[in-house]
Design a protein around this ligand. Sequence first.
Ligand SMILES: [Ca+2]
Ligand SMILES: [Ca+2]
Length: 444
Amino acid sequence: MKKNELFARLAFCIGILAMASLAAAQSAGGVVAGRYIVELKSTAAPSKVISAHAVAPDLVFTSAIKGFAGFIPPGQLRALEKDSAVASIVPDRVVMAIGTLGKPNKPAPGPQAQVVPAGVARIGANPAGSILTGLGIGVAVVDTGLDFNHADLPVAGAAYSFTAYGTSAQDDEGHGTHVGGIIAARNNTIGVVGVAPDATLYAVKVLDRNGSGTDSTIIAGLDWIHANAAGVYPAIRVVNMSLGRQGSLNDDPALRAAIKSLYDDDITVVVAAGNDSLSEVSQQVPATYPEVLAIASATALTGASKYRPYPAGIAADTASYFTTDGGFDTSTGIGVTISAPGEDKEDISRAGMIQSVGILSTKLGGGTVRMSGTSMAAPHVSGVVARAAEAELPGSVGVETIRSMIMDHALNVGVAPYDSPTWGYTFDGQREGIVAVPELWGAQ
Ligand SMILES: [Ca+2]
Ligand SMILES: [Ca+2]
């Protein structure tokens, strides 16, 4: 079989998966009927506007932005639109965890010694060779919550958490717990080890038990982080958001303003680029915001292949077949900052089907599990930023300094990510490389 026939064969198999991921992406971004986000001018008092208009919002924002969100009847909505205290009103939209494609496959049974996951090793974070560990750095995981009871997860107490659902930020879905373990699973004798194993995680639950939230629940989480980042110990320096929806740069000024408030406080917000290879990062919210670091997914290891026309398999540092990408535009600040491992590898079956072998990390309820996605790529970078913040490299940890250090010192920059051989993949024109830990920044 010739090379282009192979690509056609892979295209057929992967096309099905790509359509499934597109369908999921289309539900994210949908408007919640009757629900609105009201952003007020920075000098306004939300409580006064709420009582003056007799509205009953379920979320009120007082720190990252001023405003509120909830179901607002048409009459009150028209009155609010005329109020000079109002900066913007937009419909609330559905946001989803950007996770996991295919079945999370279980680790092999056997002795429960600590494993260094392939992604952690690939970016140079193996604890055996590490100087930095994220000690004294707080990382907020804006997600489905974190498992407060997991023995391998260093989570700040429940008193230092936020939830948009009920009274507890305890994870009830599993996505946030997996993301948290990639950032900071403890360096001990069990489970896995994260990129920054001495960092402290803060649970910010903005997605429900189905991995679904809205722009307004995310703003509420960011509002809590903005109000508490400097007052908690350790202070929150990094925010991980492995979530998103289809959208555009200006479709929710309130959400962007909340992220900008964190950016202005030198808090680095790391966002998954998206799991739709047919989409550009510029079409994903919040990944399109210039204030965030948008992270695409690549393989950490070379995969196995039983497919005779392609015996070498898919190499390490190849763009994941599912990743959203889009080259970084220095004039707008929009685009993928860096790629990071979002899966261990991609195996090819005898019939030419690709099987993603996910990243091994902490599982809700204890132990470990594998998951794949840009959701898993972003927390590798959050761990790297935590280590940089710990080192205060290179003297300042402003977000743009962090971004340029990461981009300038990537592994295989100019070469990786390699092209995926699948139909959904289109090269975005930049081989931005794979993120590296700060210990490697001086060596390149
Ligand atoms: Ca461990
Ligand atoms: Ca690229």
